[in-house]
Design a protein around this ligand. Structure first.
Ligand code: ATP
Ligand code: MG
Ligand code: MG
Length: 558
């Protein structure tokens, strides 16, 4: 087997192990904010962190970064856990930043006592003005040199709910002239009189991400805290907050940044995905057009294909945009090996075999042998019913066809998959001139697998079909991309919603072979010549619903 080269974070870990960092102190975390469902971008971070855990036999915590009560909900916590399990990963501990609120508060009090934090009581507008610009240093505000006693009293009052929202904040006292804007006395706490999904109404102040995140890593003794590149400038602050509490008998966490996943034709910000859900532009977070893990799952993606995709795109420090077709490629590779083949007709036209006995063996039908998956010998065979009246795809017939049309037309032969060679004879039309029936004759010696000379005969094409008498009706949901623009959220002048594809969902009534009578949600099939399809959760006793997962790259050849 070929040796895989290390990505840069693995290289960093190898280097620290080589210079004496004990392997049993390696510890990672995946830190979602429970303000939305996980999406394919999160999968990259999940595969990275849990992949390191597996490689180094190290713990990986699931840390809910729940410091913003306004946007967080239990529904999202539950969905995140379900999606992680489905992706195939097990976390060591399930933890919440909100579990650390008391500790974070005590550390903030200690920082006030050390002259490292103060209560600012200005409007946010004034604070923003004083902050300066990247090219212009900031200036100290009027509350910067409050006494420790006054700061402690005010901060205590903030905690107790004595003040309205927006009246005071706690700021780290660092350097208003720092070249790094984030170091110009960043906020540590704001007042929010909000109910929190776990701590209820216990708190009236909530810590900011930059303060909470590194300290939470420290509490959990995370050795490598991995985040995306937008946080490069935050690292200095991450380190500054750690300096305030660090005890050198403990592991000191370090932040490392990698390039986030960007996919074309996709938006991945949770805020935007939430908007699609709330404005009913899609049917929920698990709409099969969504780039969420639950949407991809409902669409028919396999966990293995998503993990494979993450492996192929790799981990690096340069931003790029990945083509959606790479994700589909990984999916096809997997489904090609695992999905049983069946026949379904989605745009039916009636075909009558005029020389087929209407009652050949007393039953008016015959059951033909069909291979379930030519890529998987263990998948075996099934029986499909054949009879005199079939449905084929409307587009598989042309009354007068050009020479290169390798399907059915008058006077030409094609094979019906797993069955016989037929020849187009005539059509029946309605008053408007639309074809309502295609009449054909069949070569009774040409049955597939019969071994006869006629069964070996080469004809121009092979068509899928279903027997009308036996076929089951199914609702089939066909999807196209959700956005018509490659980078819908990159336009300065235009909102991403202006690039919705109005034809991203089409619902058709199709017919499937009777072997699909008992299908259950999330069972996956290849509808021969059409693509891969997943049984939708809307399927009930009386109604089968399929989602088109992805098309076939190449139509099969017999
Ligand atoms: P969003 O912008 O969608 O709200 P977020 O980064 O705020 O994303 P979090 O819940 O905080 O969402 O993300 C959890 C983890 O997943 C973080 O470590 C974050 O860096 C990572 N992550 C989020 N989006 C991506 C992405 N597109 N590619 C790689 N990692 C990502
Ligand atoms: Mg975040
Ligand atoms: Mg976010």
């Amino acid at each position: 087997t070929e040796e895989k080269s290390l990505h840069f974070i693995e290289q960093i870990i190898e280097d620290s192990l080589a210079s004496g960092f004990p392997q049993d102190k390696l510890r990672f975390r995946f830190p979602p904010e429970p303000n939305g469902y996980l999406h394919i971008g999160h999968a990259k971070s999940i595969c990275l962190n849990f992949g390191l855990g597996l490689k180094y036999n190290a713990p990986v915590n699931l840390r809910f970064d729940d410091t913003n009560p306004a946007k967080e909900e239990q529904e999202y916590v539950d969905a995140i856990k379900e999606d992680l399990k489905w992706l195939g990963f097990n976390w060591t501990e399930e933890l919440y930043s909100s579990d650390y609120f008391q500790q974070l508060y005590e550390w903030a009090v200690a920082m006030i006592k050390n002259g490292k934090a103060y209560v600012d009581s200005q409007s946010s507008e004034n604070m923003a003005i004083q902050k300066g610009t990247p090219t212009q240093p900031g200036v100290d505000g009027p509350y910067r040199n409050r006494s420790i006693e006054e700061n402690l009293t005010l901060f205590g009052g903030m905690k107790n709910g004595d003040f309205p929202e927006g009246s005071h904040v706690l700021r780290a006292k660092i350097d208003m002239k720092s070249t790094n804007m984030l170091m110009r006395d960043p906020l540590m706490y704001r007042i929010l009189h909000r109910h929190h999904h776990r701590t209820g109404n216990d708190w009236n102040i909530y810590p900011m991400y930059d303060y909470a995140h590194g300290e939470s890593d420290y509490i959990e003794q995370i050795s490598h805290s991995i985040c995306t590149l937008e946080f490069v400038m935050h690292r200095e602050l991450y380190d500054w907050f750690l300096d305030q509490i660090y005890d050198d008998s403990k592991v000191r966490p370090h932040q490392y940044e990698f390039a986030r996943l960007n996919l074309n034709y996709t938006v991945m910000s949770k805020r935007k995905l939430l908007q699609l859900v709330q404005e009913n532009i899609v049917n929920g977070w698990d709409d099969p057009r969504m780039p969420t893990i639950s949407g991809l799952r409902r669409r028919g993606y396999t966990a293995a294909s998503i993990r494979k995709f993450c492996e192929i795109i790799g981990v690096a420090k340069r931003e790029n945009i990945i083509d959606f077709s790479l994700l589909e490629f990984c999916l096809r590779e997997d489904l090609n090996k695992t999905a049983p083949r069946v026949m379904a007709v989605l745009d039916p036209i009636k075909l009558i075999i005029t020389n087929y006995p209407s009652d050949p063996d007393g039953s008016g039908e015959e059951w033909l042998e069909a291979e379930n998956n030519q890529e998987d010998e263990s998948a075996g065979f099934r029986k499909v019913p054949f009879s005199r009246e079939l449905y084929i795809e409307r587009e598989d017939f042309l009354e007068e066809a050009p020479a290169k049309f390798f399907r059915l037309s008058i006077g030409r032969e094609v094979r019906l998959k797993n069955a016989y060679i037929i020849k187009g004879e005539s059509v029946v039309k309605d008053a408007a001139g639309n074809i309502t029936e295609i009449h054909v004759t069949y070569d009774e010696d040409s049955r597939s697998g019969s071994g006869s000379e006629a069964s070996q005969r080469k004809v121009a094409g092979t068509l899928h079909w279903v027997s009308i008498k036996h076929a089951l009706e199914a609702e089939v949901r066909l999807y196209d991309r959700l956005f018509i623009d490659e980078a819908p959220d990159s336009h300065k002048e235009k909102n991403f919603l202006e690039f919705m594809n109005p034809n991203s969902l089409q619902i058709v009534k199709g017919f499937v072979e009777p072997s699909l009578a008992e299908v259950k949600p999330d069972e996956k099939f290849q509808f021969q010549r059409l693509g891969y399809f997943n049984v939708d959760k809307d399927t009930t006793e009386g109604k089968i619903v399929f989602n088109k997962t992805v098309g076939l790259k190449d139509a099969w050849e017999e």
